[in-house]
Design a binder for this molecule. Structure first.
Ligand code: 6PG
Length: 231
């Protein structure tokens, strides 16, 4: 399902304007999607004009790109390394920078340059792919963090107490500026959170995924049976 939506959006965007820009999610859930998209035994790979696709990251752990925790490394191993694309198609967050705040500023420059943004303008990704943590986080917008309500930056570094480390993340204005946002959620352990986020009181400080409401775009939740059990 997700691979079909992704490949259709990509094909349509490239047909309409020559490129498809996507901000990828990290974590474990999307790995299956990425593998399917790159597989030459599935119908999606040849549907997508990969040379016109530009890959960005919705968030990144504050580690080098070869670190086991790196979202870039996961996406590269599972998908990018298997696709007929050049390095120019991938725009990773330079999380190897020892200064997480500097990495965020630098990624903001990457976005401003790629999307030719004037002062105060927001990039419009064709697709933002997001996951959902059992604690209600998405990208690296974790409960109780200031970045949930950051309206001035495109990218921010945020300290995550429970991981005792920084993360670098796109901010809500960028997530909500996308043409299409897809949440990909699976697993029984997410069921309570899915219900809270979708049917509970609006409290994004506790459930940051609730802050994602595209201002002029579509929002699609692809949730498997286990994670949708309480809806
Ligand atoms: C990350 C992701 C994060 C992820 C959720 C869900 O860097 O880990 O961007 O927001 O989507 O934590 O992760 P799982 O898919 O592994 O449950």
């Amino acid at each position: 399902m997700a691979a079909g939506v992704f490949s259709n959006l990509a094909a349509d965007a490239v047909k309409a304007k020559g490129t498809f820009t996507v901000a990828l999610s990290g974590g474990s859930t999307p790995k299956e999607l990425y593998a399917l998209l790159a597989s030459d035994e599935a119908p999606f790979r040849e549907k997508v004009p990969w040379e016109n696709v530009h890959f960005f990251w919705g968030d990144e752990r504050h580690v080098p790109p070869d670190h086991p925790e790196s979202n870039y490394r996961m996406v590269h191993e599972v998908m990018l390394s298997k696709l007929p694309i050049s390095l120019e198609n991938a725009h990773p967050i330079e999380a190897e920078n020892p200064e997480a705040g500097r990495a965020a500023i630098d990624y903001e420059e990457v976005l401003k340059n790629f999307f030719h943004l004037g002062p105060g303008k927001i990039p419009r990704f064709d697709l933002v792919l997001l996951g959902l943590g059992a604690d209600g986080h998405t990208a690296s917008l974790f409960p109780g963090s200031e970045v949930i309500f950051n309206r001035k930056d495109l990218v921010a570094a945020t300290w995550v107490e429970k991981f005792d480390s920084y993360r670098i993340t796109l901010t809500p204005p960028v997530l909500n500026g996308a043409a299409h946002v897809i949440f990909l959620v699976s697993g029984e352990e997410k069921a309570e959170t899915v219900r809270e986020v979708l049917q509970g009181e609006h409290q994004p400080d506790r459930f940051p995924a609730q802050i994602v409401r595209p201002s002029d775009g579509t929002l699609l939740w692809l949730v498997d049976q286990e994670a949708a059990r309480l809806l």
